[in-house]
Write a protein of this length. Structure first.
Length: 372
């Protein structure tokens, strides 16, 4: 008999910490009152880039029971704080439906205007397609309702790959005939090592490939979310990882790539590291370098590259030096113009003038020494 004690795997230490962090908000968070369950966390409208050009985005962020992966023994992903915002208590399908219909009512005039080009986005702080979060009947009822508005040209939802079954996608296809449905998958990185051990994502690249194939077989689109700078990685390593992940996603044939520069959310591994000066959100310099070099103008004709960073310009989000060129507000403006026009020439070569060169050299020093 082998009497050697089995050592726990390295990932189990990370998961232990994640579970501890997931428990912390439970005692602190204000419990959502039941009457709030029928109101979404937010719903808003703003200009956005659709596949066919500029139009309007209507976004609905559901008050939800949040991601079942975060609520599982895994503890969820290392950078994700959505679990903090979950509705505790018995939130039902009726509550979700009320949140949805109140949003439809709020934007009724835009939705009924046939001259509008609208992308309707729904976020559940988890997976729209996960029956543990939204039961299947409700998913179909919501999509059915959206097909009644000719102004809606695109629908965007998010899901982990394991919920994107052929059976479910067939049912979606029976409902959606005119609109373009794009399903966002939080791929984060094309590296299995980083996704498993650094992000704790719980699925591998093979599963991603199969899910993308299934979605495409049903003639829906795929939006790949890529994380720029997970915890534990230096700026340089993160930059290389994102570069390679963009290349792999272009090769895979995803329709849209959305870069998410890490923002430090409460009760996450990132927030723990940041509190000990061991994590900094990425630099705009790095993001611009990657956009400029990881994809060609020709590839942008069939793969949209989006980036709408949370907390941009703030300490907890992507930022540059505060008072230097390009300043944070300049960088945000450059990024927005790039997303709108999908034109690489909008992204500046950051070392083409003396002041930028000085800042860039400071930045390189920071990458090599302080944040490595
Ligand atoms: S990133 Fe997505 S899959 Fe990971 S815990 Fe957050 S909501 Fe869940």
């Amino acid at each position: 008999m082998n009497s050697e004690k089995k050592l726990p795997s390295a990932i189990s230490y990370l998961r232990e910490e994640l579970q501890y962090l997931r428990q912390r908000p439970l005692s602190k968070q204000k419990k959502a009152k039941t009457h709030q369950f029928s109101k979404p966390v937010a719903s808003f409208s703003k200009p956005d880039r659709l596949k066919s050009g500029m139009g309007t985005e209507i976004t609905l962020i559901f008050r939800s029971r949040a991601c079942s992966w975060a609520g599982s023994a895994s503890g969820g992903c290392t950078m994700c704080g959505y679990w903090n915002d979950r509705a505790e208590g018995d939130i039902t399908a009726d509550h979700y439906w009320q949140q949805f219909t109140s949003t439809i009512e709020k934007f009724k005039s835009q939705l009924e205007d046939v001259n509008q080009k609208i992308v309707f986005k729904m976020f559940t702080s988890g997976s729209f397609c996960d029956p543990k979060e939204l039961d299947e009947k409700l998913q179909l009822k919501i999509l059915q309702k959206l097909t009644e508005f000719p102004s809606i040209k695109e629908i965007v939802i998010e899901s982990r790959p394991e919920f994107l079954t052929s059976d479910l996608l067939t049912k979606y296809r029976q409902i959606i005939s005119e609109q373009y449905l794009e399903i966002g998958i939080g791929i984060e990185s094309s590296s299995d090592y980083i996704r498993a051990n650094i992000i704790n994502k719980g699925f591998n690249w093979k599963q991603v490939i199969k899910a993308v194939e299934r979605v495409h077989t049903h003639n829906f689109g795929v939006k790949a979310y890529l994380l720029f700078k997970p915890p534990f990685l230096s700026e340089y390593t993160a930059l290389m990882d994102l570069f390679q992940s963009i290349r792999d996603c272009v090769q895979l044939g995803v329709d849209t790539i959305s870069i998410n520069p890490t923002n430090i959310q409460q009760n996450t591994i990132c927030s723990v590291l940041a509190s000990q000066n061991q994590f900094r959100s990425p630099w705009f310099y790095s993001l611009f370098w990657i956009i400029k070099h990881a994809i060609s103008q020709k590839e942008l004709e069939h793969t949209r590259l989006l980036c709408d960073p949370s907390a941009a310009g703030k300490e907890r989000g992507i930022h540059n030096f505060y008072s230097h060129h390009p300043s944070n507000s300049e960088a945000i403006d450059i990024l927005q113009r790039f997303v709108e026009h999908q034109e690489l020439s909008i992204i500046p070569e950051i070392i083409n003038d003396k002041e930028s060169l000085v800042n860039y050299n400071r930045y390189r020093t920071e990458i090599l020494y302080k944040w490595s």
